[in-house]
Design a protein around this ligand. Structure first.
Ligand code: TYM
Length: 333
């Protein structure tokens, strides 16, 4: 079966190890399979749900494209484009906002986390953001959506919206109900400073995350300073699950090494953290440093990055405009 893959990443700067291990690494594997049709979107409309500096936004859009390519996505085998240039996304988000129910959106935990205590001051866009995400996915008839664990609830909402549209307008199978593709073993990378908090670009402390543009020395320093507990490394997964910082570091190691938690535990059980951290730093430098160097190289060639986007926009527009036409007919416009 041909899988139609769609996913998006916000160009808000500081793309980090969580974005890479939770999502982008999976994009690369899916893109390498010639059977799949892949669309990867730089979701700049999502980015402006919180205030952005225009100059930085423009740079971050290019940096996101550079990160995709430096990580191994082949632009000749996939569509890479920026969301704002294909106006169908905003248009269909409006239509879907008339399908989605307030009660469904009120349950979204990410809005609650991001809006914090003062919900009255959050933008309306931040609240309705998952509807725009549904529009992104449904416009391309995506069958599979690779994301990190934190996007699972938004994908469930997307499925509900698609199903309700199909039912309301009696157009069975018009919108494809997409399947989430979430890494099985370790789908949520946590902060290096707090094993109970997600690694995030908005964390004030740069030591909490490995940025994909970090240098070798920065990586080594951040791993050295990463929080641990005082016990030696555990001997089984059950024990590991009770120790958030150990779980995070062993999970990161396993994910980078394409091995299971059990295999990693077997290699390091009983050792102290300083030995393990040396191996983790080495592995991370081996995997992340080449990406980081390539990102910096690509950023020097903004014409090349802009060209990838403009070619992607054309191809995306072609697919999206056909879907929009059908949506108009169904609704009665
Ligand atoms: P964004 O930009 O916050 O994150 C991009 C991808 O990285 C994953 N991710 C993580 N995975 C594991 N551990 C972490 N600590 C971590 N932090 C981030 C996210 O799950 C995501 O897959 N709403 C989306 C972007 C989006 C989208 C879409 C995704 C817009 N439209 C359509 C899929 C399909 C977001 O804000 O991701």
């Amino acid at each position: 079966m041909v899988k139609k893959i769609f996913s998006g990443v916000q160009p808000t700067g500081n793309l980090h190890l969580g974005n890479y291990l939770g999502a982008i690494k999976n994009f690369v594997e899916l893109n390498n399979d010639n059977q799949n049709k892949c669309v990867f979107c730089v979701v700049d409309l999502h980015a402006i749900t919180v205030k952005q500096d225009p100059k930085e936004l423009r740079n971050n859009i290019r940096e996101t494209v550079a990160t995709f390519i430096a990580s191994g996505i082949d632009p000749s085998k996939s569509i890479i484009f920026n969301q704002s240039k294909v106006t169908a996304h905003s248009e269909i988000a409006w239509i879907l906002s008339c399908v989605a129910r307030m009660g469904w959106l009120n349950r979204m935990t990410q809005f609650k986390e991001k809006a914090g205590k003062d919900k009255e001051k959050a933008s309306v866009g931040l609240y309705s953001y998952p509807i725009l995400m549904a529009a992104d996915i449904l416009l391309y008839d995506a069958t599979h959506v690779p994301v990190g664990d934190d996007q699972k609830q938004h994908l469930e909402l997307c499925r509900d919206i698609a199903q309700k549209f199909n039912n309301d307008f009696e157009v069975e199978d018009f919108f494809v109900i997409p399947e989430p593709l979430i890494q099985k073993e370790f789908s949520r990378i946590m902060s290096l400073k707090d094993g109970l908090k997600k690694m995030s670009k908005s964390d004030e402390s740069d030591l909490s995350r490995i940025n994909l543009t970090d240098t070798k020395d920065q990586i080594i320093n951040k791993i050295k300073k990463a929080k641990t507990d005082s016990l030696p490394l555990p001997s089984n997964v059950e024990e590991l699950n009770k120790r958030p910082e150990a779980l995070n570091l062993i999970g990161i190691y396993s994910s980078l090494n394409n091995s299971s938690l059990e295999e990693t535990i077997k290699n390091f059980s009983g050792k102290n953290f300083s030995d393990f951290k040396n191996s983790l730093s080495q592995l991370m430098v081996d995997k992340i440093d080449p990406i980081s160097l390539e990102i910096r190289k690509l950023l020097d060639d903004s014409d090349y990055l802009d060209q990838i986007l403009s070619e992607g926009v054309k191809k995306a527009q072609e697919i999206a405009s056909q879907k929009v036409k059908k949506i108009h007919e169904i609704i009665g416009f």
